[in-house]
Ligand binder design. Structure first.
Ligand code: ARG
Ligand code: ZN
Length: 881
């Protein structure tokens, strides 16, 4: 059944305090909840004391007491998903005892076991699998948690807040009691019990609070905590400096677990992380993983204010905490690393994956209006587009006014459950900027398209820039109102210099960069005093999550690649040129015929490789051709095999033409890096990235010598970054050497077979490979000893890797789709969240060429026909057919 934002009602009752006792055993857990309940005087209801309905799923109710008196079975109603009981006093106490079976909980929601340790995941609605409760984020309570377990098996017992009591009991049992002084909703509850080790550090806050920092892992991973700890301290400092936000408890803990549905969770004082998002050593983690860890540690830490101190009123407001927190972590990462590159990477994800979501059957505004299963709305739209919406507010207000806005927001709503509207209102009130029209970003889905046309008048020197906006229809939203769009702009003259801007109604004279505030469906800006027709640099720094259409010639793009001062736009010019060249080949796709690759592109890439002034990290990004996924997103109709073949052809042409220069650059960087230890620092990362981009090109030349270079790098590698990059090159090299491929995959396996996170990658490198990743191969890998079908990471690596494999997933005949449908049907019984996520690629069926499209649809129909689908899969399959 569908839930609507417009139906929101405040709860009839509050829960002032929550006392939980967990008695953990090997075959079950007993949970005792003592809740201090209070009537919500302000709720709009018919009766004086309405019946109380608590959420609860998969619970055995052992006993129920109201104000000390046991309620008999005929005094309450127990139906699927809830418990309803009568109320006789405006204030009363409930004692609820439930029995749960964490050992059998494969959904990884609520309390479950991972590698012998107990852990929890309660967001969004997992707490109701622990006890009966008002499991909604606007019900905030002070929690005390007593955890009792075997001392030998579970020496470490953790929950939110500060430990206030501990002791030993009979039969080798012990307990720890934790108290969290801050009111919080149930989704922020956490508990961990296990045989864990920890590393400890300290942080002194700006007002002198001494905070103990602890990172817990299984003992064999204890040497992989340093980077996360350093990242945590940097995050704490940054949030003080940039937002004035200080940590508020005496201890902050992070626990790494292997079985986890998402990346990580911001539970108050006790963050729980997917081990892949927190553990790193130079031998086992790539640069990309190091940067991901830094970002996610920051993200979860930042939630302490944007999410926990100020939480969400209801789940429609999810972007209030997620969009804002992603914006905070993105700015943090930009400050710690290369700002330009961070922007390019984020824009690439948004344009590839979020734009696709916005154009598909599950499209929704960043604040959805309805849902069947909230887990399906932890999306790129809510998170990443939500971040872009916050960024646009930042752009429109400027950094200072934005900071006044966040101060006001935190001040006003500390300790409350707020809405997106509250956030925008605080921004408006603090800055005086009118955001009325801007609010359309919260209510309208779909990606706006900006169409730019221009005209130059030689006699007057006037340059007319006309900007029109529109937004395609999306499910349930036929017509859209115009958006308020900040459009970054500069104009380049014939020498490639930025012109001073003096648009009528625009900024003061002399600015060479400007943000136009676009509000109409069409408006024209006139720039005076241009000696010749300028070339516009549009949407600088990716100032809004929109598509820009402007009729750039190839010459224009080559010019922008060279001269634009905006990293994002230089990269974008490169991407556009790449898309043009590849699309041209896709159109004339013919497996037999010899087709010429656009020489302008090949030349431009040559200039790029040789450019001595360009920042390494930006160069590396620019040298990467548009990904298959991004080409698919931009295609009218997706022709998978043509895309793969065309992109490969262009890459080979660049590689062959410039092999000498690529090798020289590779050698130069390789030698520079050869001194000194591995450091996950921006400057070294940039060199390694560029070096490995070069190696990737060299692997596209049909030459045993270059393949040998990859093998040498693999064998001599002192970091996972180099080893993993070389392995990818060997597996996918144009000069095939099956023996070498086998040898290297075996070597990699032997080295890392005991490391679950590295093994994920071993599966992914194979299943995503155009050379290796056939359906048969993937099926065989599912039977491999190191595969674990209860691990979301393994499933994402092997099956997710395969669905990204354009060559084999989309093989004619539909075997790939049928394989995926089988996995979804099977997984839905075990873990609905993961099932619904891995099936997403099928939902894009309408965009594919007819044969593939029909087969994808058939696979979806087969899923739909299954009885008893979870709400997760049900919603996705129904909306996409
Ligand atoms: N709040 C977490 C984060 O973004 C994500 C939790 C998602 N959980 C889920 N079941 N969908 O940091
Ligand atoms: Zn988050």
């Amino acid at each position: 059944s569908t839930i609507y934002l417009k139906d929101y009602q405040a709860p009839d009752y509050w829960i002032d305090t929550t006392h939980l006792t967990f008695d953990l055993h090997e075959d079950h857990t007993l949970v005792t909840a003592v809740l201090q309940m209070r009537l919500n005087e302000d709720a709009n209801r018919g009766e004086a004391l309405p019946a109380l309905t608590l959420h609860g799923e998969e619970l055995d109710l052992v006993s129920l007491h109201r104000d000390g008196e046991e309620l008999e079975k005929d005094q309450y109603q127990l139906v699927k998903g809830s418990l309803t009981l009568p109320v006789e006093q405006p204030r009363f106490q409930l004692q609820i005892v439930t029995r749960i079976r964490p050992q059998e909980n494969t959904s990884l929601e609520g309390l479950y076991k991972s590698n012998g340790m107990f852990c929890t995941q309660c967001e969004a609605e997992g707490f109701r699998k622990i006890t009966y409760y008002l499991d909604r984020p606007d019900v905030m309570s002070v929690f005390t948690t007593k955890v009792i377990a075997s001392q030998a098996r579970y020496p470490v017992l953790l929950a939110n807040g500060n430990a206030i009591d501990r002791g030993e009991l009979d039969n080798d049992r012990h307990y720890v009691t934790w108290e969290d002084p801050f009111k919080k909703p149930s989704y922020l509850f956490a508990l961990v019990a296990g045989d864990l080790e920890y590393v400890e550090d300290h942080f002194t806050t700006m007002n002198g609070r001494e905070v103990t920092l602890r990172l817990f892992t299984e003992s064999h991973n204890i040497h992989k905590c340093d980077h996360a700890m350093v990242s945590l301290k940097k995050s704490m400092k940054w949030d003080e400096e940039v937002y004035g936000r200080e940590y508020d408890l005496d201890i902050f803990m992070i626990v790494a677990v292997d079985h986890f549905n998402m990346g990580a969770m911001e539970n108050k004082g006790l963050n729980i992380f997917n081990s892949s998002c927190v553990l790193a050593s130079p031998e086992t983690a790539t640069d990309a993983t190091y940067q991901k860890i830094e970002a996610i540690v920051a993200h979860e830490y930042f939630h302490n204010w944007s999410g926990n101190r100020v939480t969400c009123r209801d789940w429609f407001q999810l972007s209030l905490k997620e969009g804002f927190t992603v914006f905070r972590d993105a700015e943090f990462s930009a400050d710690m690393n290369s700002r330009g590159v961070k922007r390019i990477q984020d824009a690439a994800v948004l344009r590839t994956a979020q734009f696709a979501e916005d154009a598909g059957p599950m499209a929704h505004p960043i604040r959805p209006e309805s849902f069947i299963e909230i887990s399906n709305f932890y999306t790129l739209t809510v998170y990443e587009k939500g971040c872009e919406v916050v960024r646009m507010i930042h752009t429109l207000l400027g950094a200072d006014q934005f900071r006044k806005g966040t101060d006001l927001y935190f001040d006003r709503h500390d300790g409350e459950a707020a809405t997106c509207e509250d956030f925008v209102k605080a921004m408006e009130d603090a800055s005086g900027v009118d955001l009325t029209q801007f609010r359309n970003w919260y209510s309208q889905s779909g990606t706006p398209v900006i169409t730019v046309t221009d005209r130059y008048e030689a006699e007057t020197g006037d340059y007319h820039l006309t900007i029109a906006q529109s937004c395609p229809a999306t499910p349930g939203q036929e017509h859209k109102k115009p958006f308020h769009i900040p459009l970054g702009l500069a104009l380049l003259d014939e020498q490639g210099q930025l012109l001073p801007l003096n648009a009528e109604g625009g900024n003061s004279e002399g600015n060479r960069e400007q943000v136009l505030s676009i509000k109409q469906s069409e408006e024209t800006f006139v720039f005076k005093g241009c000696k010749s027709k300028p070339l516009p640099s549009l949407l600088r720094n990716f100032s809004a999550p929109v598509r820009v259409r402007y009729d750039y010639s190839k010459d224009d793009l080559v010019f922008l690649m060279k001269h634009d001062t905006d990293s994002f736009n230089r990269w974008d010019a490169c991407q556009r040129l790449g898309v043009m060249a590849i699309e041209q080949l896709v159109e004339q796709f013919d497996e037999q015929a010899e087709q010429a690759v656009d020489s302008q592109l090949v030349d431009a890439f040559g200039a790029l490789i040789a450019d001595p002034k360009l920042e390494h990290a930006v160069k590396a990004e620019m040298l990467c051709l548009p990904t298959e996924a991004s080409l698919a997103e931009q295609a009218e109709e997706i022709k998978p095999l043509a895309i793969v073949a065309a992109r490969k052809k262009v890459k080979q042409a660049i590689a062959e033409t410039h092999s000498a220069a690529l090798l020289a650059l590779y050698n130069e960087l390789h030698n520079e890096l050869n001194h000194g230890d591995y450091r996950p620092e921006a400057s070294d990362i940039a060199k390694r990235t560029l070096k490995n981009v070069c190696l990737g090109y060299l692997a596209a030349v049909d030459d045993a010598g270059y393949l040998q270079r990859s093998a040498e790098q693999y064998n001599a590698a002192s970091s996972m970054t180099d080893r993993r990059a070389a392995l990818g090159c060997i597996v996918n090299a144009r000069h095939r050497d099956e023996h070498l491929v086998e040898q290297m995959l075996t070597d990699f396996y032997d080295r890392y077979k005991d490391d679950a996170n590295v093994m994920d990658d071993w599966f992914a490198v194979q299943s995503s490979s155009a050379e290796l990743g056939t359906v048969e191969k993937v099926k065989a890998l599912m039977q491999h000893d190191s595969f674990d079908s209860t691990s979301p990471n393994k499933l994402r690596a092997l099956i997710g890797g395969f669905t990204r494999n354009m060559t084999h997933f989309h093989t004619t005949g539909g075997a790939g789709y049928e394989f995926l449908a089988d996995r979804v049907i099977e997984l839905d019984k075990q873990n609905p969240q993961v099932a619904s996520r891995v099936m997403m690629p099928l939902t894009r069926w309408k965009k594919f060429e007819p044969v593939a499209s029909g087969l994808m649809k058939k696979a979806l129909q087969r899923i739909k026909a299954v009885h008893d689908l979870s709400t997760d899969v049900y919603e996705v399959v129904n909306k996409s057919l």
